[in-house]
Design a protein around this ligand. Structure first.
Ligand SMILES: Cc1cc2nc3c(=O)[nH]c(=O)nc-3n(C[C@H](O)[C@H](O)[C@H](O)COP(=O)(O)OP(=O)(O)OC[C@H]3O[C@@H](n4cnc5c(N)ncnc54)[C@H](O)[C@@H]3O)c2cc1C
Length: 378
């Protein structure tokens, strides 16, 4: 292993690899990605694959609108099929109050160019013929939302970054970071030490621990979320369906993948439970009866890294020059990967991102300038 790089990125999930690729694309190639296990082994490989711009905060709507524009052409850009599909997100609302609120959300999203709309049950049935139209009053629909396959996304970014000269090291754990008098860092890893001017913390659920190595306290909470995949089925579903905490989609391989809340979000384990399965099965078959009798193939769990305002922390830390954050996604980091990669790379390489992300800075917590987001699913 080399002993110095211009930039060391900790974490081989979608964030770390997208940042590495975008840096290399800008000619900033003296970059190492350090991953303690295999690429995608963190939250990225556990996620529900969903990509949406239907949020309730202007900041997230804009960020995801721009991310979707990258997702649309990502396979061509990386020369690797990430299986992005604009299948649309269909939210199902079942009370007049929720429909009213959705109307307001839609008007708000439209102001930022996300042209979601309220649809009636008949149109929802045309979009998703398997829907039980007795299970909701109206839908909220945006056809540019979609899905991609997490492991292919990680592989696509990693291959494209490597082609441009980035070193990606797996089975390499960072256990200590020291600052030197010359404003550089010594990153201690299980494969040796690396000197660097810039460290990017893209360590997912471990981001708080990495930041603590430099006395930075990221005020995060880890929420457990369970998820499952059925056996592959012929393509029939169409959009991502969301009703309350329940969500599911059908992947390009035919598996229906999704989750719901099980009241065990505070658990410290990532065990799968039978309670989750029965609750998911009941809720999922209520809206799509055709799923009854389908076989489960796999279930697993992971963490949402929840920040106090459900928005990520992006950009530098004022007190530690050269230490960048790309974490705290609060359950939305997969969909944000492409835009975060671009903006963080612009920040590191050029000193200025093309979209202002200053309000995502870590300092907002100390100043009490929290952002607001209500649409966290699961
Ligand atoms: C059940 C579930 C469903 C989800 N569904 C969605 C969804 O539909 N859409 C969406 O956008 N998001 C979803 N998410 C959230 C999403 O998975 C994450 O926000 C996203 O994957 C974060 O990516 P990341 O690259 O920042 O982190 P990770 O993918 O967690 O990558 C961090 C990497 O850092 C490595 N690492 C940690 N510590 C060290 C160390 N000391 N040294 C070296 N390497 C280290 C880890 O091994 C890991 O591979 C879901 C999450 C869960 C749990």
């Amino acid at each position: 292993m080399r002993s110095s790089y211009d930039c060391v990125i900790i974490g081989g999930g979608v964030s770390g690899l997208a940042i590495a690729y975008e840096l290399a694309k800008r000619g900033y190639r003296d970059v190492a990605v350090l991953e303690e296990s295999y690429l995608g082994s963190g939250s990225t490989g556990r996620c529900g694959s969903g990509i949406r711009a239907q949020f309730t905060s202007a900041d997230q709507i804009v960020l995801l609108r721009e991310s979707e524009a990258i997702w649309e052409h990502l396979s061509e850009e990386l020369e690797y099929d990430v299986h992005f599909k604009a299948c649309g997100y269909l939210f199902l609302w079942d009370t007049p109050e929720l429909v009213d609120k959705a109307r307001q959300n839609v008007a708000f999203q439209n102001r930022y160019g996300v042209m979601s709309r309220i649809i009636d049950r008949q149109e929802a049935k045309e979009i998703c013929p398997s829907l039980n139209t007795d299970s909701f009053l109206a839908g909220q629909w945006y056809d540019k939302d979609g899905m991609a396959f997490p492991f292919d996304t990680v592989t696509g970014y990693a291959r494209a970054a490597r082609r441009q000269g980035v070193d990606i090291m797996t089975s390499t754990r960072v256990f200590e970071i020291e600052t030197t008098a010359a404003h550089t860092f010594t990153v201690h890893t299980t494969q040796g030490n690396i000197e660097t001017k810039n460290v990017v913390n893209a360590a997912g659920p471990e981001a708080r621990g990495i930041a603590a190595m430099l006395n930075v306290d990221l005020p995060y909470r880890l929420d457990k979320h369970q998820i499952m995949a059925t056996e592959p089925l012929e393509q029939f579903l169409g959009p991502m369906l969301v009703k309350g905490a329940l969500y599911y989609l059908q992947t390009h391989r035919g598996n229906v993948v999704g989750g719901t809340d099980t009241g065990d979000q505070n658990a410290t384990d990532v065990d799968s439970t039978f309670e989750f399965l029965t609750k998911f099965a009941k809720e999922a078959t209520e809206i799509v009866p055709r799923l009854a009798g389908v076989k489960l193939m796999r279930q697993w769990a992971g963490y949402y890294v929840m920040s106090p305002d459900a928005h990520p922390v992006l950009g530098p830390v004022d007190e530690v020059p050269g230490f960048f954050q790309a974490n705290g996604y609060s359950g939305h980091g997969f969909m944000m990967g492409p835009i975060v990669g671009r903006l963080l790379a612009e920040y590191i390489a050029d000193g200025k991102p093309s979209i202002d992300i200053d309000h995502y800075n870590f300092r907002r917590f100390a100043r009490g300038e929290l952002l607001t987001e209500k649409a966290v699913i699961g």
